[in-house]
Design a protein around this ligand. Structure first.
Ligand code: ADP
Length: 185
């Protein structure tokens, strides 16, 4: 898409809140419109760019700073980015915001610890509650919810498809993504 604007949708939320799920649905919509897009998914970044890092505050901060660094490089060159990492600390998210300025869109993927534990897609909450996994965000490690995110996905009362469609409409409104008619023209 010529002249596409770069932006970074910075998803933040607990493990199992729906960051990966919603990002994949949104990816489908954006690609249908011819958008270039990169997803920096926390789980995948930890296997590559941040391989070897653990879950101490220092390592979590390093992980998030690396994600922000790459998201900035891409988005400033016109490539839309979705980051899907827990990013539990407000201070580091704000660093990313400062780095990217107007290109940064914070998206709170909202679900309570109880909801995520009920979903427990990866079986991690059971292990966190039993103490088998230490330093688990929302259970035995902090999660600082955003105070003024640009967008909230209310995953307890809307489907991933609804969240993705609302986000797409928001991106159109902001002028980051051309409206459907314009994209087809
Ligand atoms: P995260 O990337 O935040 O760790 P995932 O996307 O991997 O979370 O997992 C979220 C799980 O919750 C998926 O199994 C998804 O199907 C489920 N889920 C149920 N309702 C929703 C919803 N409204 N939005 C997003 N995910 C949902």
């Amino acid at each position: 898409m010529a002249g596409e604007k770069g932006f970074t949708l910075w998803f933040t939320g607990l493990s199992g809140a729906g960051k990966t799920t919603i990002s994949r649905v949104l990816e489908g919509h954006l690609r249908e419109r011819g958008s270039k897009l990169e997803i920096l998914d926390g789980d995948i970044v930890r296997e590559n760019l941040s391989k070897g890092l653990g879950f101490s505050k220092e390592d979590r901060d390093t992980n998030i700073r690396r994600i922000a660094f790459v998201a900035d490089l891409l988005s400033r060159n016109g490539v839309p980015v979705i980051t899907a990492a827990i990013s539990p600390y407000a201070e580091i998210r704000n660093e990313a915001r400062e780095l990217m300025g107007d290109r940064f869109v914070e998206v709170y993927v909202e679900a309570s610890v109880d909801t995520c534990a009920d979903r427990d897609v990866k079986g991690l909450y059971a292990k966190a509650f039993s103490g088998e996994i230490k330093e688990f965000t929302g259970v035995s490690d902090p999660y600082e919810a955003p105070e003024n995110p640009e967008f909230v996905c209310h995953t307890e009362c809307e489907t991933p498809e609804e969240s993705a469609e609302k986000l797409l409409a928001y991106l159109e409104e902001r002028g980051f993504v051309p409206a459907k008619e314009a994209a087809a023209a």
